[in-house]
Design a protein around this ligand. Structure first.
Ligand code: ACO
Length: 430
């Protein structure tokens, strides 16, 4: 092996045999490892030290707080792009030119409607106060039954057709879920509106002939959508890739990703942050709350990240956007509590020593609430833009024709033992 290639050497101390493994793109190949250690599994709970795939979609440098989509810094995209441009970039690898963008917008805005069955029967079948994330997950999964053609996952044209459809329909499904669980009639998509305004119209239109929205509000949501569009191999994207690796259709794969996002340690954190701030209740309770977290009573939601050991760059942009929104909507009463929490946590040894900084969810809920969204809609607001990221990864995996994902385990259970009939088992369990 050439000395110019950086490498590591692994020695099996049982036999004295060694293998030299080249370091490529910051990783070492398990195929080389297996040449020496075929039945020794690399034990990595939470997969914190494992690269499952090669990907060219999002680059994250957690030490320096850097996020780039296809090479473009997140700050530049958030400042200058539309969400649909970013979605195109994630899926296709390049920003669209004018003609490509017009066609993309047209394709998206002409697939916004859901089958009438959803409005008439599907939503109606949920309990009146069903959480919109539960409805959204089910809606996305149900879409697969309306488009069986999408099972042809090896056909790039069919893949692209359903990627367009899903990006187009997700705001309709999301708004429908919320309107249903609020007891409001569903609003039809208005295909003359842009992506963001159309979503806001489906969310908030009551009896006015056409929904009008403040440009500051629209811009803020556009920015939030861009910031949430992708983030490498996070829990939900990983779920999309795992399910997609079985050659599952895009709707079912994205439904699985949406379910992963629902959890409070992932996309559900934005809802949990708002509940936490409301629970703290007042400015002078902040120190006591921080002490309770340090004492092991719960976590400071919206803080900490598996990858970022520095300030999450998205949190910085959101914090700035919040100021612009509050100028229009008035300040969210929980903002002062959030600011004090951040200030105290960033100066506290417990949080410093564990590299715990605000993540994307710390301030996003405050803006969402100021924009008029209920807390149970916050994770849905994350799912809408992340759909482009999930689909970009799902599509990349199909292009790579990757193997089905099937990790190993370290078995720690009982050895072989014989079956005992029910009548002969001890009365009290071990
Ligand atoms: N509050 C208090 N302590 C924390 C927090 C927190 N938010 N996050 C981590 N810690 C502590 C842990 O208790 C642990 O301490 P210990 O070493 O004394 O046991 C240490 O920091 C390391 O924590 P891990 O759980 O090992 O870190 P991991 O990388 O597995 O978890 C996670 C990352 C899930 C994001 C975690 O920081 C967390 O629970 N944060 C709060 C929930 C949250 O905001 N999630 C959103 C993440 S962003 C996203 O998904 C969009």
């Amino acid at each position: 092996m050439s000395n110019s290639v950086e490498s590591i050497t692994v020695t099996d101390n049982r036999t004295g045999n060694s293998v030299e493994i080249p370091i490529q793109s910051g990783g070492v190949s398990s195929t080389e490892w297996a040449k020496l250690l075929g039945n020794i599994w690399y034990y990595d709970p939470g997969l914190g030290q494992t690269a499952m795939v090669e990907s060219s979609i999002a680059e994250i440098n957690g030490e320096e707080g850097i996020l780039r989509y296809r090479g473009y810094p997140i700050e530049q995209l958030a400042e200058n792009a539309t969400y649909l441009e970013v979605a195109y970039l994630l899926i296709n690898g390049e920003l669209p030119n004018k003609k490509q963008y017009q066609q993309w917008e047209l394709d998206i805005t002409h697939h916004t409607y859901l089958h009438e069955n959803f409005r008439r029967r599907f939503f109606e079948s949920f309990h009146y106060d069903a959480h919109p994330m539960g409805i959204l997950i089910s809606t996305i999964a149900a879409l697969s039954t309306f488009y069986p053609e999408a099972k042809n996952v090896d056909d790039p044209q069919i893949r692209m057709r359903h990627i367009n459809r899903l990006i187009a329909k997700i705001p309709t499904a999301a708004a429908g879920a919320q309107r249903f669980s609020s007891g409001l009639p569903l609003v039809f998509p208005d295909n003359d509106l842009d992506y963001i305004t159309n979503f806001l119209s489906m969310m908030f239109k009551i009896a006015e002939p056409r929904y009008e929205c403040d440009p500051v509000i629209k811009q803020a949501l556009e920015k939030l959508f861009i910031l949430h569009a992708d983030h490498g191999q996070n829990c939900s994207t990983f779920a999309a890739r795992v399910v997609g690796s079985a050659q599952t259709d895009p709707y079912s794969s994205v439904a699985a990703a949406t379910a992963a996002l629902y959890g409070p340690l992932h996309g559900g954190a934005n809802e949990a942050v708002l509940k936490m701030l409301a629970g703290i209740g007042s400015y002078d309770q902040v120190e006591g709350f921080i002490e309770s977290v340090k004492g092991g009573q719960g976590r400071l939601m919206g803080f900490g990240h598996r990858v970022y050991k520095n300030y999450d760059p998205r949190a910085r942009i959101i914090k700035k956007a919040a100021d612009q929104v509050f100028e229009v909507t008035g300040k969210n009463h929980l903002l002062d509590i959030a600011l004090k929490l951040e200030e105290h946590a960033l100066a506290d040894e417990y949080f410093i020593s564990r590299n715990l900084y605000p993540n994307v969810d710390f301030y996003s809920g405050l803006i969402y609430e100021a924009l008029g969204f209920d807390p149970d809609m916050f994770t849905v607001l994350f799912a809408i833009p992340r759909t482009a990221g999930w689909l970009a990864h799902w599509n990349e995996a199909r292009e790579q024709q990757g193997r089905i994902m099937r990790p190993r385990q370290l078995y720690t259970g009982e050895g072989k033992r014989d079956f005992v009939p029910l009548s002969k088992r001890p009365k009290s369990p071990k």
